[in-house]
Design a binder for this molecule. Structure first.
Ligand code: SAM
Ligand code: DTB
Ligand code: SF4
Length: 367
């Protein structure tokens, strides 16, 4: 495994585009069959109402978007989505919940049943549920989870500009908890948040230092959703996407690189160049979590045009065995105190000040 300096990565990122593309395509061929592309199906098992303030996310409760929230999906409905996706060639299901973190409650028990059911359908199961403890990661692994998705999204420096309700350290901690439970890690980023090239380079540098490095790295182009703070961001130029995918392929040569959100805005030719640059995974199905994605049939037509074929499940790892211990809730509930970086949102500061002024002593204990 190569050891990269930030300067090395910067040099790769800044190469003339066609040189970069050629190098990335060459690295891709060293480790992968370039015709194979993993097809992953996203299922939003719990939509909207999230207490976090991620500036890009339409599911944050505080932003006024047109998303209709719902309660946790049933196991049967998840199985239905998984079967439909499998019939179309998907080998992985990624279940997403608009949660800040996992709680040891009945909803989590239901998610564990979803994981087990999809594992039994011989598909790779991935979850993205927010922050989780080591014990929760272990229970997911015991239920048959293959991968945990938790994105760093951007550089440590820029993260604070986009999210104020948690810190980079919290993200790294959850990734470590997933690793301790022997889960594979899916972790990537978003481009188009207003970050600089240097932030993209810095995020890739962080991933390059991980041992092991993430098995999957999704690269998302921001879907600028009306009502979110980033609604007016300019669309990501396709050339940036190709450059980012190619650099990711070269720096993280053993990882699957997923051409993720933003494909509805990309031409077939643009996507073809992303596959050439080493992308070997996509999310398919006409919806991502809450926003549109190309129709499955259009993707299959594109695959036919380009001579791409769907990758089979468990190509790079064994199917996890189910251990019924997943049903056992922890005796003493492990509680992690998540950091909460200084909240800069004005109205909250104002509320805090107001609270101080009117606060009265109401019990002897407080004296
Ligand atoms: N709540 C969990 C969390 O944040 O980890 C899981 C769900 S969250 C929606 C998963 C990822 O979706 C985020 O980390 C981000 O990378 C991506 N995402 C969310 N909104 C997006 C948008 N508008 N455009 C592109 N990617 C987005
Ligand atoms: C990832 O990196 N991208 C996916 C998945 N992991 C969970 C989510 C994209 C969400 C795009 C906005 C939406 O549909 O809500
Ligand atoms: Fe959206 Fe996840 Fe952030 Fe919640 S934690 S606002 S679901 S990205």
């Amino acid at each position: 495994m190569n050891t990269w300096t930030k300067e090395d990565i910067r040099e790769v990122y800044n190469k003339p585009l066609l040189e970069l593309l050629y190098q990335a395509a060459t690295v891709h061929r060293k480790h992968n069959d370039p015709r194979e592309v993993q097809i992953s199906k996203l299922v939003s098992i719990k939509t909207d109402g999230c207490p976090e303030d991620c500036g890009y996310c339409p599911q944050a409760a505080r932003y006024h978007t047109d998303i209709n929230g719902n309660s946790l999906m049933s196991v049967e409905e998840v199985k239905g989505h998984a079967q439909e996706a499998k019939d179309m060639g998907s080998s992985r299901v990624c279940m997403g919940a608009a949660w800040r973190n996992v709680k040891d409650d009945a909803d989590f028990d239901q998610v564990l049943e979803m994981v087990k059911s999809v594992n039994q359908m011989d598909m790779e199961v991935c979850c993205t549920l927010g922050m989780l403890t080591e014990n929760q990661a272990r229970r997911l692994a015991d239920a048959g989870l293959y991968a945990y998705n938790h994105n760093l999204d951007t550089s440590e420096e820029y993260y604070k500009e986009v999210i104020s309700t948690r810190g980079y350290e919290d993200r790294l901690q959850t990734i470590e908890n997933a690793r301790k439970a022997d889960l594979t890690v899916c972790s990537g980023g978003i481009i188009g948040l207003g970050e600089k090239d240097e932030d993209r380079i810095s995020m890739l540098y962080t991933y390059s230092l991980m041992r092991p490095q993430p098995e999957s790295v999704p690269i998302n182009a921001l879907v600028a959703v009306e009502g979110t703070p980033l609604e007016e961001q300019n669309p990501v130029p396709i050339w940036d996407m190709i450059r980012m995918i190619a650099t990711t392929r070269i720096v993280l040569e053993h990882s699957a690189v997923r051409l993720s959100a933003g494909r509805t805005e990309m031409s077939d030719e643009g996507q073809a160049l992303c596959f050439m640059a080493g992308a070997n995974s996509i999310f398919a199905g006409d919806k991502l979590l809450t926003t549109p994605n190309p129709e499955f049939n259009n993707d299959l037509a594109l695959f036919n045009k380009l001579g791409l074929v769907p990758m089979k499940a468990y190509k790079k790892g064994d199917k996890p065995k189910i251990n019924e211990a997943y049903k056992e809730s922890p005796e003493s509930k492990e509680k992690i105190k998540w950091s909460r970086p200084e909240h800069k949102i004005e109205r909250n500061e104002a509320a805090k000040q107001k609270g101080k002024k009117v606060r009265k002593v109401t019990s002897v204990k407080e004296l």
